[in-house]
Structures are given as C-alpha cells and as structure tokens.
Write a protein that binds this ligand. Structure first.
Ligand SMILES: [Zn+2]
Length: 256
C-alpha cells in the first residue's frame, strides 16, 4: 500500500517536472516577446580584485549581448524589437553547487537538481522581477588561473553557470561565453569538437560558403572560435565578430 503511494507520488513529481520543462521550452522558443534573462554576478575566487570588478559592473557591460541577439534574430525574421533583455541583479551571496569531474550520469543528474534548487533561492531578489532564465556568472581574477573552469547552460531548469574573467580587457570575450551558455538554455547545441575545441564544418563556421573558406571572417556562437585554417582557430574579441548559424537558429526556434 505505502509502496504504491510512494510510487504514485514519485510519478506525479516526475510528470510535474516534465510538464514544466515543456512549458519552459514553449515560452523560451516562441520569440513573441522579450526573453527576460537575469545575470547574477558572483566573486568566483574570493579575491578583492574580483570583488571590486563585480561591484563596478553595470547593465551596459551586457548591452552587446542584447545587441547580438537582436541583430541575429532579426536576420532570421524574428520581429520582436528586443528578443533578449539582460537584467543585472545584485551579486548572489552563495556560490552555486560545483560539478565535480567524472561523476557519471547519475552524479550530473544530482548536481543539476541541486543547481535548480540553488537557482530557485538565489534568484529571488526583493524589488526585482523574477528572471525567466537565470545566469550565475562567476568572475575570476585572471592572475589566479589561465583557463576558466567549464561553463554550463541547462535547458532543463533554464539556468546557467558561467565562468569568466574579472578583467575589463576581456569583457568582449566574456560576453561571447555568456551568450553561448544562454543559447544552451534555449536549446542550442555545441558546434565544436569536444576533444580539440575545433569548430565543426559546416555548423560551426561563420560562413560555410566563403571563398576561399579560410580564414573565416566570423565565428559561429555555438562553436565560439573563428577558423583561420584547417588546424587553427581563435576566440574573437567580441560578439561583433560572431554570428548564429542556421542550425543554431533552428534549434532555438528562430526558424522552423
Ligand atoms: Zn557549449
């Protein structure tokens, strides 16, 4: 008897999560109105330099992301004036749960549940409208590490954990990373070789029909790198040199 009740309860919870995920997908892929995206900055390494950096952040630091989404969405026929609105929230107090390496699928599932729980609480800010998509952006002093930890954008739960650098000279590349993870939350997939980082042809190329093919003038956002030659690629300086390719546009509902 009790066993059956427990199973029924579990099935109800799973059904509720599935329905919510489906509703989130409809809402975030319709592009009929502005998608409200919250950026929650965090001091990623506890350094005073990262702290003063996040305290100096303002909405205009993220305006290039809004401009990128508007330019690219309009190119694919989306008509809403501001497809993505970025709202800067006050710094969150607690760091999101970290994903340990090599935890396996069950470990990842457990981490994503903890992350959704964290996002629900950390994104509640009195006096601020709730964000549809929550991006927790962890800033690191570049002198403390050369490569930022892996970032994650989850479509299930509409939440992202993004690692970037607390350096004004890297604002442009930070915004590329943030836009990339934001696109994951609305359904875009990676377009690079996970082992080497090389953009995949054709989806990861800014312009697949360019003659000659190399060097590419622009990067595709879900590849994140501009291809210079068959074995060379580099991170562009800003979103001005980045486009969303047709595969990405279709995955997120800009085209059908
Ligand atoms: Zn990615």
């Amino acid at each position: 008897m009790w066993k059956n009740i427990r199973i029924v309860l579990l099935l109800l919870v799973l059904a509720a999560v599935a329905i919510q995920t489906w509703r989130d997908r409809i809402a975030t892929q319709s592009w009929q109105e502005s998608l409200w995206v919250g950026v929650f900055p965090l001091n990623g390494d506890g350094t005073p330099s990262a702290q003063s950096y996040i305290e100096a952040l303002s909405a205009k630091d993220f305006a290039p992301i809004e401009a990128f989404f508007a330019r690219e969405a309009h190119r694919y026929g989306v008509t809403v004036a501001e497809p993505v609105h970025i709202e800067l929230y006050p710094p969150a107090k607690e760091l999101p749960p970290a994903l340990e390496r090599d935890v396996g699928p069950l470990g990842i599932a457990w981490w994503s549940l903890k992350l959704r729980w964290y996002a629900m609480h950390a994104s509640r800010v009195p006096g601020h409208a709730p964000a549809r998509i929550r991006l927790f952006v962890l800033y690191h002093d570049p002198s403390t590490l050369s490569v930022a930890p892996d970032s994650h954008g989850l479509q299930k739960g509409l939440v992202g954990v993004v690692h970037v650098f607390a350096d004004p000279g890297m604002n442009g590349s930070n915004n590329i990373v943030i836009a990339h993870e934001l696109l994951h939350t609305v359904g875009a997939t990676d377009k690079y070789d996970l082992a080497t980082g090389a953009p995949l042809f054709p989806g990861g190329y800014g312009d697949r029909s360019r003659i000659p093919l190399f060097p590419q003038a622009q990067a595709e956002i879900m590849a994140g790198r501009r291809v210079l030659s068959p074995h060379e690629f580099e991170m562009p300086r800003s979103l001005r040199d980045v486009v969303a390719g047709p595969e990405t546009a279709q995955e997120i509902g800009w085209t059908h």
